[in-house]
Write a protein that binds this ligand. Structure first.
Ligand code: AMP
Ligand code: MG
Length: 329
């Protein structure tokens, strides 16, 4: 018998629900919040998720029924328990609890960061990688060791995606800024020195963002975007390389929305090549926030009996990946 789990993601900008089995994604329905101006507004994003939650879930259930699966036969309902924006997390958790009670199916709260990692391992040949997880709010270098995903290095302030988006906004570029910056950066090879901040195994981006804003007063958009990327990405590649050396692992997996960036991939690829390590990137649909990754981690947890129950389904906006006991490896 196949295990089938429904998962709901909604930590920030993307409301997405999916059903997966051991082998693949059976169905996924997504409804994206796009701010009219500025960046993500937590309350507006939560209102967006509340408005669309029932249609997204209904569409998903219709779709699996058409594929011959009775929703009552799903094995578990998984949802993003954190980290994320509080109002968004609460909205999605409420929808997941209702679904769990209505269908009488166990509920599983999952860690969003670990979901990014596990979907990457599922959809690439990576087995035991050092992971560079780069998203809007999070930037971490992680690897599995003795029952947990340990954080070897991380941002001391904002995530790289938020740093890119913030700089882009101040430069008059629309949200999300990451892809726009990549577009401008491609048209320059003129490096302007910007603050390169690595402390031990951690890195920091807010000084870089401020300096890049100032640099726009005397340098072109192309040159500043190029220099921002070169600086920030080199910082993270350096820490990823040291994590490889420390753990003795020989694979790197890139996860999170910023992983769409081709220059970041190129830099990681060169570093891995020089060290004789393999470098893996999943398909783009599994890089940014998506329902399939939540469903898949829910499936791994369900199969290893990590089911906490509805009384433990409270959300945690600062939920750290190294707080989770990994029962499925
Ligand atoms: P996530 O939170 O994992 O869904 O990732 C969202 C973040 O990815 C946003 O901050 C985007 O600006 C960023 N992003 C998306 N595409 C790119 C890209 N091509 N280059 C850099 N950042 C990107
Ligand atoms: Mg994410």
């Amino acid at each position: 018998m196949k295990t089938r789990v429904l998962g709901i993601e909604g930590t920030a900008w993307n409301l997405s629900a999916a059903v997966v089995d051991n082998d693949d994604v059976i169905s996924e329905v997504t409804e994206t919040y796009q701010p009219e101006t500025g960046g993500i507004h937590p309350r507006e994003a939560a209102q967006h998720h509340a408005k669309y939650a029932s249609t997204v879930i209904q569409q998903l259930l219709e779709d699996i029924k058409n594929k011959g699966i009775d929703p009552k036969n799903l094995d578990a309902i998984a949802f993003s328990q954190g980290p994320g924006l509080g109002p968004c997390l609460r909205t999605v958790a409420t929808a997941a609890r209702m679904l769990s009670l209505t269908l009488d199916i166990p509920i599983i709260g999952v860690n969003h960061c670990i979901a990014h990692i596990e979907v990457g391992k599922w959809k690439t040949p990576a087995k035991d990688p050092v992971v560079l997880y780069v998203s809007g709010a999070n930037s971490q270098v992680l690897a599995y060791r003795k029952g947990k995903y340990r954080v070897f290095g991380e941002t001391l302030d904002v995530g790289i995606g938020n740093a890119l988006d913030k700089f882009a906004r101040s430069a008059g570029l629309p949200h999300p800024g990451g892809p726009r910056i990549e577009g401008h950066a491609k048209r320059s090879i003129n490096y302007i020195p910007l603050p390169y901040i690595v402390k031990g195994m951690d890195f920091s981006f807010s000084g870089l963002t401020t300096a890049a804003k100032d640099a726009l007063k005397f340098a072109s958009m192309e040159d500043v975007c190029y220099s921002f990327q070169e600086t920030a990405f080199a910082m993270m590649v350096e820490v990823t390389e040291r994590a490889l050396a420390h753990t003795g692992k020989n694979e790197v997996l890139l996860a999170g929305g910023v992983g769409a960036n081709m220059r970041l991939r190129e830099m990681l690829d060169i570093m891995c090549d020089e060290r004789g390590a393999s470098f893996y990137v999943p398909e783009k649909r599994f890089m940014g926030d998506n329902g399939a990754m939540i469903a898949y981690l829910g499936l791994l947890m369900y199969k290893s009996d990590s089911i906490a129950g509805i009384e433990n389904s409270h959300v945690n906006s600062n939920f750290r990946p190294d707080a989770v006991d990994v029962t499925w490896i």
